[in-house]
Write a protein that binds this ligand. Sequence first.
Ligand SMILES: Nc1nc2c(ncn2[C@@H]2O[C@H](COP(=O)(O)OP(=O)(O)OP(=O)(O)O)[C@@H](O)[C@H]2O)c(=O)[nH]1
Ligand SMILES: [Mg+2]
Length: 326
Amino acid sequence: MSGTAEKILAGDVRAVARTIRDIDDGMSGVREVLKALYPHTGRAYVIGITGAPGVGKSTLVDQMVAHLRKDGRTIGVLAVDPTSPFSGGAILGDRVRMQRHSLDEGVFIRSLATRGYFGGLTQSTRSAIDVLDAMGKDVIIVETVGVGQDEVDVVKAAQTTVIVTIPGMGDDIQAIKAGILEIGDIFVINKADREGVEKTLSDLRLMIEMDQKKHEEGMWKPPILKAVAVFDKGVAELLREIEKHRQYLKESSGAGPLGRKRDRIREELADMVKSLLLQEVFEHLTGSGEFEEAVNSVAAGETDPYTACDNLILPKLRFMRPEKTK
Ligand SMILES: Nc1nc2c(ncn2[C@@H]2O[C@H](COP(=O)(O)OP(=O)(O)OP(=O)(O)O)[C@@H](O)[C@H]2O)c(=O)[nH]1
Ligand SMILES: [Mg+2]
């Protein structure tokens, strides 16, 4: 086993930090570390927290960490922020929000910002989760800004997904409609000290009830909680609901934990195959000069990009699909 993997398994914070940075930077050497760590993963419980910018996710996470620490649990926090290549601001905000835990050895907080390596942000997040899991953290909380499909994908790495919203954000509810609703296991209306909580509550309830799947017998019914994260209100209840959801996953069969686990593995493996294939093929084509040649001949009007693409790729796949590539 590599020295780095051994250090991570022993809980060496610097090795963990370096490895997560390498994952974020897309360093290829980190794959070997991840291979060595994988057999030591699967023990941590992963919670995803998502919602629009500024709804109070980090404040909520900070309070959750405080509660979980009182219970003696160790925690890893990943703040995932892909919204801007210059996202230092938001991530800095996340760090500041969770500052009080920075000297606690039982808490490890890191951020991830890149996309485009190892199959994108989702894969970087999965890999970083594996590292925190292998270092021995009991609970891993992944905070991500819920703005687009990538962010929705990121939370699929979690066992329990919490969607955070705030009162009076009509657009926010719309955003929830567009894809996030199905993945929410628990909904939190934060900033419940503000006006419009009841309206948001009934809007949310209506939407969840319209989601037919959740009516099936034995299926988890996502609770909607109110919280005031700044004053630690509703946080204990949120943790209780997360625990209930964890129990539900443990006990339910079929669509339950085994099904979920297999689905997660299927998705992860598919992403990995695609990204490795893309990387290998592309490196080969650019390295051999074939790619630039094709660019030149399309530019010169000698061929079209469709034909050029076929000619670049299909002959190389002949060994897999002889009938289609002749
Ligand atoms: N009134 C009120 N303000 C809150 C509450 N929770 C958080 N805030 C404030 O909302 C602001 C944003 O909080 P964050 O925790 O940084 O929100 P976030 O969702 O992590 O933000 P991003 O990571 O930038 O998307 C801060 O000024 C918090 O103090 C709450 O329950 N009530
Ligand atoms: Mg935040």
